[in-house]
Ligand binder design. Structure first.
Ligand code: SF4
Ligand code: SF4
Length: 393
């Protein structure tokens, strides 16, 4: 299907059609000084006239004179939290140790005060199986984020260990991508081959065009579902000039990116430096806070926490996002495999850029730059890679 043009009213209609079709429509909004993803009712909720200024350890929203709805790049949240949620309760339990194998209601032990509390046969149940799918439309997914979703699909939906919770949430997703027309200082998707123009993984892809001809969006359909939705909203064929304008914007954005990972066989070059002293140099700055793993759209590790509500007495166990920077993340039968920050940073870095290829067939990094922006001390994965390999960043 050839590219089309829609105007602001067309975009409003697109959002309305998605809601009418039963989708929960999530898109970018300004909240607490950042752009985050939340449920939106229409284009009035979008961050019109905002840009994000990003640098290592720095993120600021700045108002602009431009009427753009998508004149920013990325906030701290990726779409990861929509599908691979930060917390996921296992079974709810009464006072004691959860439901066990017999289902809901107080446990026998909790009912009988003469019996000690104990882990019941069957242990902690999974609770109800995966949730019913929630049809979800993502508005303004950036190209690097589409690549990140593809990676998480491979790990959590198509790998050896399936996550039914993730799979259910992903089952009915409509993706409206927005190609980037600006690049943050921390972006490096061009070097990773994941942006700034979406190449797949979307139902519709928009490029925002603002010029003397008005405020319009070039629309490309990436699926039959996308074609059907486009057919249901007012649109017109895009002139060749508009298509060229959109492609030129993508080229400008790619050319504007100053960051890039070192070239060559990066995996092999990194694995040759497992004992480099550079890991110690990074550890002198790294706080092991784990921010980089929480904002990374491909990191998927979790841990398990036990919770208790002291008012109601309810107890439950839940899965929460973990981090390989956590002190006890590598704890195994009496000791930590990675007791110091140098070994933890090395683990994260090498998994992202080298051994991820062995496990999942791609890099674990899509070049979104979030770990650079949200690292409180501004540690930059591209600069550390260059330093490790003895190159100038
Ligand atoms: S490692 Fe950093 S730049 Fe790469 S995908 Fe994760 S957050 Fe983005
Ligand atoms: S690299 Fe930065 S964000 Fe990551 S753990 Fe270290 S200090 Fe925190």
């Amino acid at each position: 299907m050839d590219p089309s043009l829609i105007d602001l009213q067309g975009l409003e209609t697109l959002l309305a059609r998605l809601r009418e079709a039963g989708y929960r429509v999530l898109g970018p909004v300004v909240r607490d000084g950042a752009i985050v993803y939340a449920e939106i009712g229409g284009i009035a909720d979008l961050p019109r006239g905002w840009r994000d200024a990003q640098a290592p350890g720095r993120y600021r929203l700045e108002p602009t004179e431009a009427p753009t709805l998508f004149g920013f790049n990325l906030g701290p949240q990726g779409w990861k939290r929509t599908f691979h949620t930060p917390t996921k309760p296992f079974s709810p339990g009464e006072r004691g140790w959860g439901e066990g194998p017999t289902g809901s209601g107080p446990t026998d032990e909790a009912s009988d005060p003469t019996k000690p509390l104990s882990l019941r046969e069957g242990g902690w149940g999974e609770g109800p199986a995966a949730p019913a799918p929630i049809p979800t439309a993502l508005i303004a997914a950036r190209p690097c984020e589409l690549a990140a979703i593809r990676i998480q699909d491979r790990v959590l939906k198509e790998g050896v260990y399936l996550d039914p919770h993730y799979a259910a949430r992903r089952e009915d997703t409509f993706v409206v991508a927005v190609n980037c027309t600006t690049a943050a200082d921390t972006c490096f998707c061009a070097g990773m081959g994941t942006g700034p123009r979406a190449r797949g993984g979307f139902d519709l892809a928009l490029t925002e065009l603002v010029d003397e001809q008005g405020h319009r969006f070039l629309v490309e359909a990436g699926s039959r579902h996308g074609e059907e939705l486009l057919a249901a909203i007012p649109h017109e064929p895009a002139a060749a000039a508009a298509v060229e304008q959109a492609q030129a914007l993508s080229r400008q954005v790619a050319d504007a990116m100053t960051r890039r990972l070192p070239g060559g066989d990066l995996r092999a070059r990194i694995l040759e430096r497992l004992e480099s002293l550079h890991w110690n140099a990074v550890a002198e700055r790294c706080l092991a806070c784990g921010n980089c793993t929480q904002v990374c759209p491909t990191c998927f590790c979790t841990t398990v926490c036990d919770r208790e509500d002291i008012v109601t007495g309810a107890t439950w166990r839940e899965r929460v996002w973990g981090s390989c920077f956590d002190d006890d993340f590598s704890y195994l039968h009496g000791g930590r495999v990675r007791p110091d920050i140098a070994s933890r940073y090395r683990q994260w870095f090498i998994h992202k850029l080298a051994t991820w290829h062995d496990q999942f067939g791609t890099s674990g990094c899509v070049g979104c730059g979030r770990c650079i922006t949200w690292c409180p001390v501004g540690i930059d994965i591209t600069a550390e890679a260059a330093a490790l390999l003895g190159e100038r960043p």
